[in-house]
Write a protein that binds this ligand. Structure first.
Ligand code: PLP
Length: 437
């Protein structure tokens, strides 16, 4: 399977050899690297991207869930072209930022927001804010949940061995993560044991999207909110991904009001913008001499205008109806393939995104996730790539459909997936997660 990928992508291989002299692994983010070398892309339009060898792919990775408006969306091009004429950075506040703040507050049920540029920055600021508000130090996070690449939450994101607290990078001192407590996702008992009066906040991906797509047990979610009220800690929804999956995000979907919400990725049509939002009494702690929040590129004119257009005109309620419908087609397609081929395959879908697992059941937490055999997944992935479909960004990612995907795109995806899963079924090797990272 790998041989097909290699024979189709000789220029990516050459570029990799050149780039790795100047960039570790030849990439700008570890998540863009996969063996034997990464794919170098040149351009995108709508649902398609093209690599440096000229191969065309239908893209379901979409910048790891960013481009629900599709690549090079005409309205985004238009608004950015107009905006840049009046400068990209004002230094002082841009006059339209408040308009965007109001749109986001009304849509996501938030009292006040501040803007940053990435999900990493927003979650980092959110835990400082939670600590300032509660005057407590400890933060609960869930194993397998990812909140960006800052030290305090870069713990048990993808540990190779189960058990104990494991930093997900070298260079993170124990002292920095001593106030981070790790709990199994969807596990009320293990949450109850640590959910005490000394906790500042619990942070979660309200639907887990960094281990495929693991649905949320509604009873578990209910217990988290109840315990937070009882014990006086805050609930932080990291909606960097989920915020773009339903019109009102996961908070709207579950009908809950978290104390702090983080948004990012899809909300600015491909431009870098993230949001730290929350209840007024918490957000009002931010300010000079109080809780720090800054960033040179925060709410730059390009991101602000792209986000206004994205939220007002592109990711509308009817757009979500269409995104969900196409994603339903994919889900049904994968289920039919599994049944027709008699392959042990489970499918999980939430809104425009979904994932497949070569296992009888969708895992319910990280421990179940890493017990799986990933060799079949990798066969599937390379066949998909060699047949012109990027099904998702990696084995712990999910598909996303954009408003530019068509039924024809979905039917092609299903057709190629059938071939890929047929090949995956015959894969004999037993590749553990250790070999996959
Ligand atoms: C749930 C979640 N939070 C935070 C982040 C970090 O966002 P960024 O890469 O914009 O820093 C990600 C990135 O994938 C994410 O999935």
């Amino acid at each position: 399977m790998l041989s097909q990928y290699i024979s189709k992508t000789p220029k990516s291989k050459v570029l990799f050899e050149e780039n790795k002299e100047f960039m570790p692994y030849g990439v700008s983010s570890n998540y863009r690297y996969f063996d034997p070398y990464p794919l170098y892309l040149v351009r995108g339009k709508g649902s398609k991207v093209w690599d440096i060898d000229g191969n065309e792919y239908t893209d379901y990775n979409l910048g790891f869930g960013v481009l629900e408006v599709g690549h090079a969306n005409e309205r985004i091009i238009e608004v950015i072209s107009d905006t840049i004429k009046d400068s990209s950075i004002m230094g002082f506040e841009y006059y339209k930022t408040g308009t965007l703040a109001k749109i986001i507050c009304q849509r996501y049920g938030i009292d006040m927001v501040r803007f940053s540029s990435s999900g990493t920055e927003a979650t980092m600021h959110s835990i400082r804010l939670a600590r300032a508000f509660t005057k407590r130090k400890k933060i609960i996070k869930f194993e397998g949940h990812y909140h960006g690449s800052h030290d305090q939450l870069l713990v048990n994101v993808n540990p190779l061995k189960v058990g104990g607290k494991v930093p997900s990078s070298s260079g993170i001192p124990d002292e920095v993560i001593q106030n981070t407590i790790i709990v199994d996702w969807n596990d009320i008992d293990s949450f109850e044991k640590v959910a005490k009066e000394d906790i500042a906040a619990v942070i979660m991906e309200p639907v887990a999207m960094n281990m495929g797509l693991i649905p949320t047990d509604k009873e578990f979610m209910k217990s988290v909110f109840e315990l937070s009220k009882d014990k006086g800690f805050l609930v932080i929804f990291d909606e960097t991904k989920t915020g773009g999956k339903f019109y009102n995000g996961a908070a709207g979907y579950f009908g809950v009001k978290p104390d702090i919400i983080i948004l990012g990725k899809a909300i600015a049509g491909g431009l870098p913008l993230s949001v730290i939002g929350g209840k007024r009494e918490i957000m009002e702690l931010i300010g000079p001499g109080k809780v720090a929040h800054g960033g040179t590129f925060n709410a730059n004119t390009l991101s602000v205008n792209a986000s206004i257009v994205t939220l007002r005109e592109l990711l509308t309620e009817s757009a979500f109806y269409q995104l969900h419908r196409l994603s339903d087609m994919l889900e049904i397609g994968y289920r039919d393939i599994a049944e027709d081929l008699g392959v042990e395959l489970s499918v999980s879908k939430w809104g425009p995104s979904g994932s497949i697992y070569f296992s009888e059941k969708v895992p319910k937490n990280y421990k179940e996730f890493i017990r799986m055999d990933f060799s079949r997944w990798f066969t599937y992935f390379y066949v998909m790539l060699s047949k012109g479909v990027i099904p998702m960004g990696g084995f712990n990612e999910q598909w996303t459909v954009s408003i530019k995907h068509s039924e024809e795109d979905i039917l092609k995806h299903i057709e190629v997936a059938e071939e890929a899963i047929k090949k995956a079924k015959d894969t004999k090797t037993n590749m553990s997660i250790e070999e996959s990272f």
